[in-house]
Design a protein around this ligand. Structure first.
Ligand code: KG4
Ligand code: ZN
Length: 342
């Protein structure tokens, strides 16, 4: 039996969670900053870290209170060491170090993407290993072969924009509320996915992705439609653009996932990260024919959270991969990671 406190602050969410045995979430608290960044239509790094400073103590405290647990019962403190915005990372990291210093509990430095990959193992029915892990988020689009939580192989990733970034930028271009990914999802339900024939970049080619060309094609179409209909576009046209863009992006994601399963010989697929909350992506991936088993974490554990960080820390503690109080934050760090040894 182990109990891990997870702390995550790599971008614009500050999160704390308590997880038992790497799977059972006792509490997961996420302090989101959408109101802080909404006026700018995107994350402003300095504002993100300042807001983290304001909320880090309260968020951890609330998590312990919600779980009805005191620090005495905690076996280890897992914290995101990278990748992410450096100022944001430093807030969670320094807080975790201070807590580790004060309580004597071991510190575990966790790779954020490893956290997303492990999120499929949270809950009552953790996905069995091995599996293909597909990280589709605002910062990352990458396919991994997850043999065990400590043996993870990168199959391919995006050469430019992440899929979620394309969703957010297109939403912003159409003047939709921030954060845009969820708005595209909602709007697309009113539109036709075949209204516009957008490109499917790198379809049927390896395991790499590219979303910048698709993003540009959609932006050009939006400009064309604005010349015809005025700005902002009528809702019906926005919906057709959203649905057609979403269909093009998901066609690519679906194709790569299917081929990654075939190439690795795996039949389990975990779709994780913020975009795994997308209703159309869930519908399409769930349509992969048996014996493929597709798993999406609950929506609250798709976007950034600390339960996934605690899940990885639990495995690291068991493997003796504790970090020293000299652990640094890394804006970029490859996976498989060496955070534990740094
Ligand atoms: O995993 P996450 O919280 O942050 C990163 O680590 O990058 O993912 C956030 C991303 C944003 O791009 C957001 O727009 C997108 O996930 N997102 C969605 C949906 N919910 C969140 N995109 C499409 N449809 C959704 N329902
Ligand atoms: Zn993330």
């Amino acid at each position: 039996m182990s109990l891990i406190l997870g702390i995550e602050s790599s971008c614009d969410d500050l999160a704390a969670a308590l997880v038992r045995d790497g799977t059972q979430v006792l509490a997961s608290v996420v302090q989101n900053q959408d109101d802080v960044h909404a006026p700018f239509g995107g994350v402003v790094p300095e504002l993100a870290s300042r807001d983290h400073v304001r909320h880090v103590y309260g968020t951890v405290e609330r998590c312990l209170r919600e779980a009805g647990v005191s620090m005495d019962a905690v076996d280890g403190i897992g914290v995101t060491g990278g990748p992410g915005l450096i100022g944001s990372l430093l807030v969670g990291l320094c807080f975790a170090k201070a807590l580790s210093y004060q309580t004597g509990k071991p510190l575990l430095g966790v790779h954020h993407i490893e956290g997303h990959l492990a999120s499929a193992r949270l809950g009552d029915e953790p996905l069995d290993l091995p599996y293909v892990g597909f990280v589709v988020s605002g910062g990352h689009t990458a396919l991994y072969h997850v043999e065990t939580l400590s043996r993870i192989e990168l199959l391919g990733q995006t050469r430019d924009d992440a899929a979620g970034e394309a969703f957010d930028k297109i939403a912003k271009r159409m003047g939709l509320p921030y954060p845009g990914g969820r708005e595209i999802d909602l709007l697309a339900r009113e539109g036709r996915g075949d209204a516009f024939d957008f490109p499917r970049p790198m379809l049927r080619q390896g395991f790499e992705f590219s979303f910048s060309g698709l993003k540009t094609a959609v932006a050009l179409e939006v400009a064309r439609q604005e010349r015809e209909h005025g700005t902002p576009l009528p809702r019906a046209v926005q919906a057709d653009v959203a649905a057609s863009f979403q269909e093009a992006a998901i066609d690519v994601l679906f194709d790569k996932a299917r081929r990654a399963l075939a190439a690795t010989g795996q039949r389990r697929l975990a779709v994780v990260g913020g975009l795994a909350a997308n209703s159309r992506l869930r519908e399409r991936m769930a349509g992969l024919p048996p014996p493929v088993e597709v798993r999406f974490p609950p929506v609250a554990l798709c976007t950034d959270n600390a339960a996934m960080i605690a899940a990885v820390a639990d495995r690291m503690l068991a493997d003796g991969q504790t970090a020293s109080l000299d652990l640094e934050a890394f804006s970029r760090v490859p996976l498989p990671s060496t955070l534990a040894e740094r």
